[in-house]
Design a protein around this ligand. Structure first.
Ligand SMILES: *Cc1c(COP(=O)(O)O)cnc(C)c1O
Length: 370
C-alpha cells in the first residue's frame, strides 16, 4: 500500500504480458534484444551517450568504482544519510567512505563540507579519488557547487540517481550530472522493474567500454578472453522487457507524482516540516518525507497513522557513520549532527502516481488532526 504497484500493473498489464511472451518466444534470456533496446531508450531519455544496464543499483555503483581502479588507500566521499549500498560498495573494494553532512532543508550532501573531508582523509593517509552525491528522495543533489569543488580537487563524480531518476535541474535530467551516474530499478524506485535491475550512464566512451567488460566478468573481445576482474552484473532480458513498458508511461507518472506531492504540500497544515524543492529543481518523488519536532512526536504520529491503516516508513533510522558495519571507520555520535537529527525526526508517507485525492485527504486529515 505504501507504494501501490498494483494500480500501475493493472494499467499496463496487457502490454507487459505481451512483452514477457515475446521474450519467452525468442528465448534470449541473457542479453537479449530488449536489453539493447532499453539501453538506447534510457540513454536518450537521460541525455547521455552511453547506458550500461546492469543487475542492480548497487552494481551500478560498484562497476564504475571498479572501472576507475578505486581500492585500498583511496577515499570516496559520500553522504551518511542514504541507503547502505552507496557506502557499502566503496568499502567492498577496500577503499574508505568519507562522510559529509547534509543540508537541513533538502537532506542532500552539503558541498561546503567536501574540502574538510578531503583533509580528514589526507590525515588518515588516504587519497580522495571520487565523490558519490545522492539524489535523495528524488531530488537531485546540488551539482553546480559539487562540480566546482570536484574540479579543484580532481575528484570523479558518480551520481547516485537510484532515487532521483526522472528528476532534473533546469531541465537537465538526473543520471547526467556526474562523470558517471547510477540508477536502480528495484520495484519501489520511481522507475522499477519486477525484480532487481540497474543502469549506468556516461559520456565517456573508454569508461563505457570498461564498464561493459566488468559487467560480464571482465571480458575482452569474446566471452572466453578475460582481461580484467569483473562480475556477473547483467540485467535480465525479462526485466528489460518489463522496463520498456514502464518507461513508456514514466513521464506521465512523474507528472502525477508531482501533483500528489503538491497536494500534500498545499494541504498539510500541522507543525510538520514539508519537503523543500529549490527553484529550477524537479523531483521524481521517490519518497514524500516529513520532519517531526522530535523522535517521540514521530513515534506518536506514525502510530496514529497506523491506527488509521495508513502506512508510513522511516528513511533512514540510523545514519551510515553510526551503523555497526562502519564502526571501524572511527566516526562518533555528533560527527554529522544534521544527519543524526534528521534520522531521529523524519518519516515518509504514501507516495505513488496513482494516489487519488480521496485517499490523500484521509492521510492529510489524520496528520492535521494530530
Ligand atoms: C536503492 C538504492 C540503491 C541500491 O539499489 P539496488 O537496486 O537496491 O541495489 C543505492 N543507492 C540508493 C540511494 C538507493 O536508494
Amino acid at each position: 500500500d505504501f507504494i501501490d504497484l498494483k494500480k500501475q500493473q493493472y494499467k499496463i498489464r496487457e502490454k507487459i504480458d505481451k512483452r514477457i511472451k515475446s521474450v519467452l518466444d525468442h528465448g534470449k534470456y541473457i542479453m537479449g534484444p530488449e536489453v539493447y533496446e532499453l539501453e538506447e531508450k534510457l540513454s536518450e531519455y537521460v541525455g547521455m551517450k552511453y547506458c550500461i544496464s546492469c543487475s542492480s543499483g548497487t552494481d551500478a555503483l560498484l562497476i564504475p568504482l571498479m572501472a576507475n581502479g578505486i581500492g585500498p588507500g583511496d577515499a570516496v566521499i559520500t553522504s551518511p544519510f542514504t541507503y547502505i549500498a552507496t557506502a557499502e560498495v566503496i568499502a567492498l573494494l577496500g577503499a574508505e567512505p568519507i562522510f559529509v553532512d547534509i543540508y537541513e532543508a533538502t537532506y542532500n550532501l552539503n558541498p561546503d563540507g567536501i574540502e574538510d573531508a578531503i583533509k580528514y582523509a589526507e590525515n588518515k593517509g588516504l587519497n580522495t579519488k571520487a565523490i558519490i552525491p545522492v539524489d535523495l528522495f528524488g531530488l537531485p543533489a546540488r551539482y553546480r557547487l559539487i562540480d566546482k569543488v570536484a574540479k579543484t580537487h580532481n575528484l570523479m563524480i558518480i551520481e547516485d540517481a537510484a532515487q532521483g531518476f526522472g528528476g532534473s535541474i533546469r531541465g537537465q535530467k538526473a543520471g547526467s550530472f556526474g562523470h558517471v551516474a547510477s540508477t536502480s530499478f528495484f520495484p519501489a524506485k520511481p522507475l522499477g522493474c519486477y525484480g532487481d535491475g540497474g543502469a549506468i550512464f556516461t559520456d565517456d566512451e573508454e569508461l563505457a567500454n570498461k564498464m561493459k567488460s566488468i559487467r560480464i566478468h571482465g571480458g575482452g573481445y569474446d566471452k572466453y578472453e578475460n582481461i580484467r576482474l569483473g562480475i556477473n552484473g547483467r540485467l535480465d532480458t525479462m526485466q528489460a522487457a518489463i522496463l520498456l513498458e514502464k518507461l513508456s508511461i514514466f513521464d506521465d507518472e512523474l507528472k502525477l507524482r508531482n501533483k500528489v506531492a503538491d497536494y500534500y504540500s498545499n494541504y498539510i497544515s500541522s507543525g510538520l516540516i514539508k519537503p523543500y524543492t529549490p527553484k529550477n529543481y524537479y523531483s521524481s518523488w521517490a519518497q514524500y518525507s516529513l520532519l517531526s519536532q522530535s523522535e517521540s512526536e514521530r513515534t506518536k504520529i506514525m502510530s496514529t497513522l497506523s491506527n488509521a491503516n495508513i502506512p508510513s516508513m522511516i528513511y533512514y533510522k540510523l545514519p551510515l557513520h553510526l551503523q555497526a558495519v562502519f564502526k571501524k571507520l572511527g566516526y562518533e555520535k555528533g560527527d554529522f549532527p544534521i544527519s543524526e537529527k534528521t534520522a531521529r525526526q523524519i518519516f515518509s508517507i504514501p507516495m505513488h502516481p496513482y494516489l487519488d485525492n480521496e485517499n490523500q485527504d484521509r492521510i492529510i486529515e489524520v496528520l492535521n488532526k494530530y
